[in-house]
Design a protein around this ligand. Sequence first.
Ligand SMILES: Nc1nc2c(ncn2[C@@H]2O[C@H](COP(=O)(O)OP(=O)(O)OP(=O)(O)O)[C@@H](O)[C@H]2O)c(=O)[nH]1
Ligand SMILES: [Mg+2]
Length: 340
Amino acid sequence: MFVDEVRIFVHSGRGGDGVCSFRREKYVPRGGPDGGDGGDGGNVMVVASGRLTTLLDLRYQQHYEAKPGNPGEGSNRHGRTAPDVIIHVPVGTVITDEATGETLADLTADGQSQVVARGGRGGRGNANFATSTNRIPTRTEPGTPGEERWLHLELKLLADVGLVGFPNAGKSTLIAAISAARPKIADYPFTTLTPNLGVVSWGEDRSFVVADIPGLIEGAHEGKGLGVQFLRHIERTSFLLHLVDISEWAAEDPVVSYEVMRKELAAYDPSLKSRPSAVVGTKLDIRGDEQRLDRLRTYCKRHRLRFFPISAVTREGLGALISFVGKQVDTLRAPCATTS
Ligand SMILES: Nc1nc2c(ncn2[C@@H]2O[C@H](COP(=O)(O)OP(=O)(O)OP(=O)(O)O)[C@@H](O)[C@H]2O)c(=O)[nH]1
Ligand SMILES: [Mg+2]
């Protein structure tokens, strides 16, 4: 099961208390203070792992609590610091504090971590408070409390290119044709229920990552069909491919399909409307009398949209599409490459 959104409760451990103690030794009548410090409470940490692909585990375990630090002991012994509790999440997870709405972390690299609840500090024992004027201090500090909060975790896949289109447009067939991804493909709508990622190689040694998401329908932003819940996975893509079925079997008019899709994207996130994109006419091998193909081509020309007619079955047009998209992705990546 693919889960891309969860809430969890995290609670770090409180710090252990410092203690009050005096040295007691044979033949040493009045030993000095020797109360040790309390140990620090455990942190709760979130760590991104490239091996995970879903937040599923967190759906089953919602509460994460780190242990408190141990109190100090006599003979200047420090209390033990409690171990950290580590929560593993997939790369691409965004962590938000539910109460404040503040984004605490966007874990985009394998191994990247974030403390989401810091353990309390251990208090000082009385040994710390001895001075030349007060040699028998009884003062100690309590440990400070841990933190607790509800977090909202959201997985946003990291892909360069997003495939968007009506159900059955041929998104999964395209990703299967150009990458090693093997999603389920079938001639009914909503075959794809969870996003798929595929790596496309091109040129000498270039590559980009494509995300295939479940089909969109009119009213998706109001929750129709599978809704827009999966659009979060294309939020981070730098380039969008709008797939439009131009085959003679397609139910909708290609231009209407395209415009509905654009409207749904804009309703979800207005910035998606200005995301660099191209239009892909799919199933060219069964285009029939070409009316739909011509209509879409003319429309794209008029609106200055790049248009690529393809067939994922005969592979016609795939080479041109891949090298165009690859170059776009490289150009769009360039500004980041110089700063990192
Ligand atoms: N002839 C032909 N059929 C295609 C082509 N591309 C896709 N199809 C067929 O169209 C149907 C839908 O393809 P999918 O790739 O599952 O479509 P999708 O956009 O992923 O659909 P959802 O996951 O339901 O949103 C399948 O029966 C495919 O075999 C093509 O280039 N030529
Ligand atoms: Mg599909």
